[in-house]
Design a protein around this ligand. Structure first.
Ligand SMILES: [Zn+2]
Length: 218
């Protein structure tokens, strides 16, 4: 095995991975490490970092300029989590509101396996009269994941959604449709239709509450 003497012996792939893990935790650490030497400075330009990095430590509407720039770069690199965040803004932010674009983005990310995008997409669609049946079909996909993985998947979707909405200053409103009679007699534990309607009411309430103050982050 060849002797590893210095940072100059590391391959570009390894350098990119180091930078990716750094920026996932802190954009400021990334900026610092990038300035330490030319080799890191050059490696930090690798689009792979922005296309594949996890954005779990970042919301959808950061206040700090550095985080904002990072999200823009990730968006340009087609990072699925950045595109999900953009979809959330288009659907639920009053200032960025463009529900058709938001739905398209959330659908594309749902197709790429971002479960939280499936959740937001389905709930948004079942609140639009002309697209409600499309929304229930989307949510059937989530039902299938839920039956396989358990309720944790719903808890995670709620937590991530809440985290995104907490970031939005002025939210748009969601108006769940009037519910039709259901033979389950309102039993959301056993009925997908009633469950998702309650979930849409929960999301509508979250959006409403955000306009009156900060949301607790869980
Ligand atoms: Zn029911």
């Amino acid at each position: 095995m060849a002797d590893m003497k210095s940072i100059f012996d590391l391959s570009n792939d390894v350098l990119s991975e180091i930078l990716k893990r750094t920026i996932e935790n802190s954009v400021y650490d990334f900026m610092q490490i990038r300035e330490t030497c030319k080799i890191f400075y050059e490696a930090a330009k690798d689009e792979y970092i922005f296309a594949t990095m996890s954005l779990h430590n970042y919301g959808c509407m950061p206040w700090k300029i550095e985080a904002k720039k990072l999200l823009e770069k990730a968006l340009m690199a087609n990072n699925p989590q950045a595109l999900y965040r953009e979809g959330m803004l288009k659907c639920f932010c009053h200032v960025n509101y463009d529900v058709d674009r938001g739905v398209r983005l959330l659908r594309a990310m749902s197709d790429r396996g971002v479960t939280e995008a499936t959740y937001a997409l389905g709930l948004q669609l079942i609140c639009i009269e002309s697209r409600a049946s499309e929304g229930y079909r989307v949510l059937q996909d989530l039902d299938a994941i839920y039956f396989e993985e358990g309720f944790d998947v719903i808890t995670r979707c709620r937590r991530v959604t809440s985290r995104m909405i907490a970031d939005i200053w002025t939210t748009s409103q969601l108006e769940p449709l009037k519910r039709v009679y259901c033979p389950c007699i309102d039993d959301p534990d056993r009925c997908s239709y009633c469950f998702w309607n309650y979930e849409a009411e929960y999301l509508a309430d979250l959006l409403e509450r955000r306009n009156y103050g900060p949301l607790p982050i869980s």
